[in-house]
Structure formats: structure tokens, C-alpha cells
Design a protein around this ligand. Structure first.
Ligand code: XBP
Ligand code: MG
Length: 226
């Protein structure tokens, strides 16, 4: 049994990526950019982790010089983040099946809980306050977000930082992820990975994962996988 379960957020705890997509498009309209990311474009762009990095990559792909100034990227991301929080607060994005049960069961059997995500602390808090109540963070021993580290996933930085804060080695934990980039990040930190398949990453290569599930409700059975 793992000493700690380390959760990714987007796609793993909830199907948030569609709301991120809507929020990006809202920011593009508000900022007067003629950009629109449909699902197919977004699926492809999700290979670039981090919202600011994703917008920069898209701009570079359009091939229109010069690059957008950092102030524009920051303003777009501010509008996007505010809109995303508003969408989350409507309660339209519940946790995925089996998530709450796994969190409860893990706590009961003495496993520690942590978060390793690319998104921001504000976005994690918006989602989990809505889903678990405003004191949700008390159950987690380490919460590491993208801007806390130098390199976002697929770099191992967020996972290494979680391990340092927990005082554990990779092999003592299990990471729960939904994307190929997340799988690579956790694997590089020496952490075995359980994949819960999500909407945008169904076609990623999960051959390095220890277990691949359609969702975490499959853990309700007799087999202990975490
Ligand atoms: C999630 C992401 C994030 C969100 C947007 O990756 O890549 O960029 O799409 O969040 P993972 P921000 O689930 O692997 O952590 O706009 O706040 O960056
Ligand atoms: Mg994810």
C-alpha cells in the first residue's frame, strides 16, 4: 500500500479542461483577439502544459511576428482565470466518479494526500472548495502548483517538490493522472502512476502506467490498486 496518493487536478479530479477551453475563448473575445479554440484545436494544444505557455505556443504557431508581449499574456490569463473561477462556482463541474470515495478511503486507511498540478492555487481552491467545502485543504499534506516550480509537466518538478514536502521517496507513493504529460512527469520523479482516462487525453500513450482505468469508481472493487 502506498504511503501517499498524489493527485493531478485537471482531468483527474474533475473534467475541467472543457471549462478551461471556454474560459480561454472568453478571454480572447474580451481582449479583442480573433482567436477561437475549438475542441480539436484544444486537444492538440493541451500537449503544451500551462495556460500562459499554451497561448504563447498558439501565437507562435500562427507565425505572426512579433510574439505577444508578456503583459498581454498576463492580462489574457487574468481574464481567463477569473472567468474559469466563475464557471466553477456555478457548480457545473462535479468531481469525477470515485474521487470522493477514494479520498475518504485513503484517509481512513492512513494514506497521506497530496496535489501536483500545472494549474494555479486559485483554480485548485475554486474547484475543491466548491466540491469538498472551504476547509478541503486540511486533508492534504502537500499542494504544489505549476507556478511554484521552474518547469511544468512533463518535467518532474511538481512531483519532486511534493515528495520533498512529504519526506517520501517516489516508490512509496502513487500518482493519479489523466494525461501522457502527467504520466511522464510522475515517472521521471520515480512515482508509479495510475491513469484515470479523461475526455481530452484518451489517445495518449499510457503504456508506462501501472494501472489504466476509465474512472476511479473502478477502485471500489475487491482489488487494492493504490
Ligand atoms: C493541466 C493544464 C493546465 C490547464 C490550464 O495539466 O495543462 O494548463 O489547462 O491551467 P495537468 P492554467 O492536469 O497535467 O496539471 O491556465 O491555470 O495554467
Ligand atoms: Mg491532468
Amino acid at each position: 500500500r502506498a504511503a501517499a496518493l498524489i493527485f493531478d487536478v485537471d482531468g483527474t479530479l474533475a473534467e475541467t479542461e472543457e471549462l478551461h477551453r471556454l474560459a480561454f475563448n472568453h478571454a480572447f473575445v474580451r481582449h479583442g483577439l480573433g482567436w477561437h479554440w475549438d475542441r480539436a484545436v484544444y486537444k492538440d494544444l493541451l500537449r503544451v502544459t500551462g495556460g500562459k505557455e499554451r497561448m504563447r505556443a498558439y501565437h507562435a504557431r500562427l507565425g505572426v511576428a512579433p510574439p505577444l508581449p508578456d503583459t498581454d499574456i498576463a492580462e489574457l490569463h487574468r481574464i481567463k482565470t477569473a472567468h474559469y473561477a466563475g464557471l466553477i462556482e456555478t457548480g457545473c463541474c462535479p468531481l469525477r466518479p470515485g474521487v470522493t470515495d477514494l479520498l475518504t478511503a485513503a484517509r481512513k486507511r492512513g494514506q497521506r494526500l497530496a496535489i501536483a498540478t500545472t494549474t494555479s492555487h486559485g483554480n485548485i481552491d475554486a474547484l475543491l472548495s466548491q466540491a469538498l467545502g472551504k476547509h478541503w485543504a486540511a486533508d492534504f499534506d502537500a499542494i504544489v502548483a505549476g507556478d511554484d516550480v521552474s518547469h511544468k509537466k512533463p518535467a518532474p518538478d511538481v512531483y519532486l517538490e511534493v515528495l520533498a514536502r512529504l519526506g517520501l521517496q517516489g516508490f512509496e507513493c502513487v500518482a493519479i493522472e489523466d494525461s501522457g504529460n502527467g504520466l511522464i512527469a510522475a515517472s521521471r520523479a520515480g512515482i508509479p502512476v495510475l491513469i484515470t482516462r479523461s475526455m481530452f487525453f484518451r489517445d495518449d500513450d499510457f503504456s508506462e502506467a501501472r494501472v489504466v482505468l476509465d474512472d476511479l469508481s473502478e477502485l471500489g472493487g475487491p482489488k487494492q490498486k493504490t
